[in-house]
Write a protein of this length. Sequence first.
Length: 516
Amino acid sequence: MHGIAAQVVTDTGRGAAAASRHLLQVHPDDDEEVVEQLREAAREHVAVGAPDAARRCLERALLEPPLPEVHARVLYELGCATLLTAPATTIDHLQSALAMPGLDGGERVDAVFRLSQALLHNDQLEEAVRTVEAEAARHEAGPAKLRLQAVQYMWEGIHAGESTSPGRSERLAVLAATCTGKDNSERALLMLRGFDAMTHGENAEEVVEVCDRSLVNGRLAPGLGWTDTEWGIELLLMLANAYAFTDRLDRADALYTEALRSYESAGWSGGHLALAHAYVGLGHRRKGRLREAETSLRESLRIAERVGRGLPLYWTTTCNLVDTLLARGHVEEAWDIAEQYGFAPPYPSTIVIPDPRSVRGRLLLATGRTKDGINELEAAEKAAAARGHHNPIMVPWAVDLARALATEDPARAARLATDARRQAERFGTDTAIGEALRCAAALETGQRAVRLAAQAVAYLEASPCQYEHAAARVEYGIAARSVGELNRGLALARSCGADGLVAQVREVLETGRGLR
């Protein structure tokens, strides 16, 4: 009866998706036509943002079962439908599909890419790199090989340990230097190069210039949108993060927001939506919109819990939420989140932005666990050195470690502050230089501290990062004993939602000793 109903629905022109509710109830009977109808229904469901409905259709198609020459394609399509909602399941489907005959040419390359993507999001990054590398070795020079090589560069670029391929950054720089952005493979390489240069703390203006070359009239090129599947979400997040940590927050914010709108309007859920909310939250945090950041990150965490604890996207959300709560001055709440969601070693195989060791070190210091905090920040220092990550805003361990060591080892603290300033000036953003000057001021006394604090305010006033500007303004007000500066800092702190800063200023103003 369900088979007859499905036929009636199809005959009236309502499409395979409408008929699929009946086809799902038909008993498996080795019917090739039912398999094709279910595959078509799955395609229609995916097109309107209903991956769960697509998954049910394809799982039912496997029970029919498909013909041997079609079986691999059904598994591949099922893997695509479950991609970031159930990474472990996706891996099983795609590995099975690739082990069968039937996937060739561009379809096989796409399956390998999606398998590597699922491995990445299941915290199996080294296997993801090996998978792509092995497939690239099977191809002659051409578009397929170039795409696989770019994907390998991408996964190696977000590996949290030491570089899996010595000389990778140098080779990427040479390759990207020849790219004009004439096609999406070249644009992808430019995005990868921009992100790589940003993480290494190279000159920010040059980073932005490379990133801009990857765009078409200031926008993502056709085929490189957030819901396009050839390159995936990770590449575009690398581009957005390269802008975010080079003080081009308006560009980063526009990309993060575009991602969220794209996934919501397409009906995508799972990992894509969780990451979009997380990075919208990161954009708010960088701009100093701390209340909005907390709201976005809590929504991301809610979705990420459905995908699976301990996965890289889960770490991204938790790290940023802890960082935001610390900026707000909600230290106990930040500690509770860290305890509840396992924000502690061991860390995932992918890099997390901002650096989780630096954020956890700051958390430990804020909760009075000074020795543990210093140890964590020293671990952050070693990990950053091994990876060549010298962006002082993305990996901010140095300024916190310098402050923590100011009393017990002032000479080392001074060296750290000097190195942080040198690195910040090499990178060249107002935020990086301002933060380094804030640190230097905290280690000084008297008029030298006042002068450095005033310089920090000047740089951070020009920065798009308003929380850091508020903190610098408050520190300058305290150093200069200026009621006017403290009131300006208070107004900024309130607008950011930085409750801890607000309380600090009120206490100083109420005490009033030495203020003018």
